[in-house]
Design a protein around this ligand. Sequence first.
Ligand code: FNR
Length: 352
Amino acid sequence: MYTSLVNVADYAKASKNKLSSEVWDYVEGGAGRDWSVENNRNAFDKYKVMPRILNNVEGINVETIIFGRKISAPIIFAPTSPLKLFHEDAEVAVVKVSSRVNTVAICSTDSHFDLEHLSQMSDNNLWFQLYCYGCKENAESLIDRAQNANYNALVVTVDAFFPPRRERMMRNHFKLPGDVKMGNLTQPMLDGLPRRGDGSPIRHALTWQDITWIKEQSRIPVILKGIMHKDDAIKAADLGVDGIVVSNHGGRQLDQMPAPIDCLQDISLAIGRDVEIFMDGGITNGIDVIKALALGAKAVLVGRPYIYGLSVQGQRGVEEIYNILKCELEDACAQLGISSISNVNSTTLSII
Ligand code: FNR
């Protein structure tokens, strides 16, 4: 029935047809006039890849090792809750696929399903994404719970403390439906949360001191998600974080920002290999992944692409999206004369 869906763009079209226009605007839109969202994608077109010939590429290996664990390709599921808007299996579908295909899924604090439930759905590599709501005790409790439930890393999102001005959502007067829960927040936590006029809970605006504190609480690697400026990346590295995600939140927080792919090389040259570097924003095919790796990323996160899959075909759609991206990546490696993904480097990009 869906054999005509051969790439992420096909899934995006099918997803648009399936979702209500309000929900489509919620996933697809960004801050302001969506310029950052479009720029994130278009920026990839500036970079071209250059094939090398006569290398032996009979066995292509795109596996990579992150924090000591092997994953099947440098493609990670970004935290994108609340997913209940798109399919009733929501985050469970993503976690199950990550386990089946052996990659990382990052579970958001804003998940409909709680982190303990999600960890039972996977025998694999889950990371927990932290938003701090209310007091420090809430953050401490979430960090403890994530560690006790065997999450392997803590991803602290540092670019989304304030509600963004998303014009498409404002025009639609978009509100989350009542059946979308914040499964990770217990009733006492929810009761005590400071709230905005519209009833939405207020996120605590973190500072560098808080990151030091979070590092002290954590026995697992800490990754900061949402770094765009080289000097912030250096500061994060100096504080001893284990990883950073070069990201502008998929263009959802602020309009008129540079694209993460354009910030990547500067950052990777500045902080070297001591800190694992990830990037996200605008990845829609396997060649984009090659470009991100060539500019210094260890792996990429994808958000919207797998939401398209989820909304069209549930868990199967999420897996299809992963397989499409991985096949495109393997194909790109073969065509470029690269047998192992670890051999992608700046010379993979064309200077012409
Ligand atoms: C997000 N993103 C996000 N990030 C985060 O740290 N916690 C979250 O709960 C969410 N929620 C969320 C919901 C939706 C609907 C989207 C589209 C995105 C941002 C996400 O992790 C990632 O940074 C971007 O989605 C990457 O850009 P692409 O791949 O969507 O272009």
